[in-house]
Design a binder for this molecule. Structure first.
Ligand code: FES
Length: 123
């Protein structure tokens, strides 16, 4: 079987470039896949938890974080929400849901939302 195994869904190709964001729908869930400037792929909810801007259109990658350009909340790859002012002070904001992902065989994969198995497939 291609990819990590049973219960995993391919979100997008590994040709997702550093700094690139793409909107994806996986089994009815609205998500974005993005790659940090350091090359790490991430998959998270598409809607900003502040006022629901869609991060595929209103997002930008800044280093290792995804920034919502509507009001400049920013999210780490773990989903922690922050706002950073011009002097660099960071204040906690709402977090965003993330999906653990793996990059394998030319694609970025997440667990299917319908997969209830606890069994991990080693890659
Ligand atoms: S809608 Fe994203 S920061 Fe306000």
């Amino acid at each position: 079987m291609a990819g990590p195994g049973v219960g995993w869904v391919r979100v997008c190709g590994s040709d997702l470039q550093p700094g690139e964001i793409t909107g994806v729908s996986v089994e009815g869930d609205d998500l974005v896949a993005w790659r940090s400037l350091g090359g790490v792929p991430h998959v998270m909810e598409a809607r900003c938890p502040h006022q629901w801007s869609h991060l595929a259109g209103e997002g930008a990658v800044d280093g290792e974080e995804l920034v919502c350009l509507t009001h400049f909340w920013r999210f780490t790859g773990d989903g922690d929400g922050w706002k950073e002012n011009v002097s660099g002070r960071r204040d906690r904001k709402g977090d965003i849901g993330v999906r653990a992902c793996r990059e394998l065989e030319g694609g970025i994969w997440i667990r299917s939302p319908d997969d209830c198995s606890e069994q991990e497939t080693e890659v």
